[in-house]
Design a protein around this ligand. Structure first.
Ligand SMILES: Nc1ncnc2c1ncn2[C@@H]1O[C@H](COP(=O)(O)OP(=O)(O)OP(=O)(O)O)[C@@H](O)[C@H]1O
Ligand SMILES: Cc1ncc(COP(=O)(O)O)c(N)n1
Length: 270
C-alpha cells in the first residue's frame, strides 16, 4: 500500500547562496523525512558574505503559488521565513487565515547574519498583529525576541518574561534561541502553551559556518510537526538535528558558510 508521505509548506525568501532561506528549508525537510512544497515570497541575491539584493515578488505571483499548492497537496505543517515587508506579511497572513493550514511555525526573520535587514519595521508590526495570533510556535533569536517583546534581554529571567510577552501576542509556544549569546554553552529557552518551560543546552561550536541555523531549526520543527509529533518532541528532535549537523560543516564560501544539511542519516539517533 502506498503511504501518505508527511508534507509541509515553506513560505520564504530564496537565498542564491543556498545556505539559508527557502533552500535551507527544503534541504532540512528532506533530511528530516518530510516533503516540502514552497511559496517563494521574494528572491535575494546573496552569498556567504552578505545580501547583495532583495526582490520581493508581486502579489499575484505569491497568491498564485498558494493556489497551486492548496489545489493539490495535503499540507500537514507550515513555516514562514523572510517576508520582507508589511504588504507581504499581510498577504501571507491572509492566505493562512482562509486556508486554515495546521501547525504554523513562524520564524520571524529580521536581520541576516551579515547584517542586512530582511524585514521592514512595519513588517515587524504586521508579524506581531497578523501572524503571531495564528502561530503554533514562533522561533525568534535574541535580537528578534527583544523587538517582539519590546524589552531588553540580558538575563535568563529576561528571557522568561520576553517569552511570556510573546505568548500574550498570540503565539502558543515560543523558543528564544541563544546563538547570539556568548559563553561556552548555547542555550535556547522554550516556553510551551501550557506554561511548562525548559532550556535546550549545547556546547557552543567554534565555527563561523552558521548561515541558516535559524531557518534550519524552524524547518526541522515544521518537518517533525508534519509527521504528527507533539510540539515538545518536535522541538527537541529539531535541536538535536541542528546540533548534529553544525559539527560537520561544509567548507564553502568566504564568509558565514552553510550547514551540511545532509550530514546525518536516517539511521543516526537524534
Ligand atoms: N555556535 C553554535 N553552536 C551550537 N549551536 C548553535 C550555535 N549557533 C547557533 N546554534 C543553535 O542554532 C539554532 C539557531 O540559533 P540562532 O540564535 O543562531 O538563530 P538565528 O540567529 O535565527 O540563525 P540565522 O539567522 O543564522 O538563521 C539554535 O538552536 C542555537 O542553539
Ligand atoms: C532569504 C533568507 N532567509 C533567511 C535568512 C536568515 O539566515 P541568516 O541569518 O543565517 O543569514 C537569509 N539570510 N536569507
Amino acid at each position: 500500500m502506498i503511504q501518505q508521505y508527511p508534507t509541509a509548506l515553506t513560505i520564504a525568501g530564496s537565498d542564491s547562496g543556498g545556505g539559508a532561506g527557502l533552500q535551507a528549508d527544503l534541504k532540512t525537510m528532506q533530511a528530516c523525512q518530510t516533503f516540502s512544497t514552497n511559496v517563494i515570497v521574494g528572491i535575494t541575491a546573496q552569498n556567504t558574505l552578505g545580501v547583495q539584493g532583495q526582490y520581493p515578488l508581486p502579489k499575484q505571483v505569491v497568491t498564485r503559488q498558494f493556489a497551486s499548492i492548496l489545489a493539490d497537496f495535503h499540507i500537514q505543517a507550515v513555516k514562514t521565513g523572510a517576508l520582507f515587508d508589511a504588504e507581504h506579511v499581510q498577504m501571507v497572513a491572509d492566505e493562512l487565515q482562509w486556508s486554515r493550514l495546521p501547525n504554523l511555525t513562524v520564524d520571524p526573520v529580521m536581520i541576516a547574519k551579515g547584517g542586512a535587514h530582511l524585514l521592514t519595521p512595519a513588517g515587524i508590526r504586521k508579524i506581531k498583529s497578523q501572524l503571531l495570533p495564528q502561530a503554533t510556535i514562533v522561533t525568534p533569536n535574541l535580537p528578534e525576541a527583544e523587538l517582539l517583546a519590546e524589552q531588553q534581554i540580558i538575563s535568563e529571567a529576561d528571557r522568561l518574561s520576553a517569552a511570556k510577552k510573546i505568548q500574550q501576542l498570540g503565539a502558543k509556544n515560543v523558543i528564544i534561541k541563544g546563538g547570539h549569546g556568548s559563553g561556552p554553552l548555547v542555550k535556547d529557552y522554550v516556553r510551551l502553551a501550557n506554561g511548562d518551560d525548559f532550556w535546550l543546552t549545547a556546547p557552543r561550536v567554534k565555527t563561523k559556518r552558521t548561515h541558516g541555523t535559524g531557518d534550519t531549526l524552524s524547518a526541522s520543527i515544521t518537518a517533525f510537526l508534519a509527521q504528527g509529533l507533539g510540539i515538545s518532541t518536535a522541538i527537541q528532535r529539531a535541536h538535536a538535528y541542528l546540533e548534529m549537523i553544525i559539527e560537520k560543516p561544509l567548507v564553502l564560501g568566504h564568509g558565514h558558510g552553510p550547514l551540511n544539511h545532509g550530514g546525518w542519516s536516517a539511521h543516526d539517533e537524534i
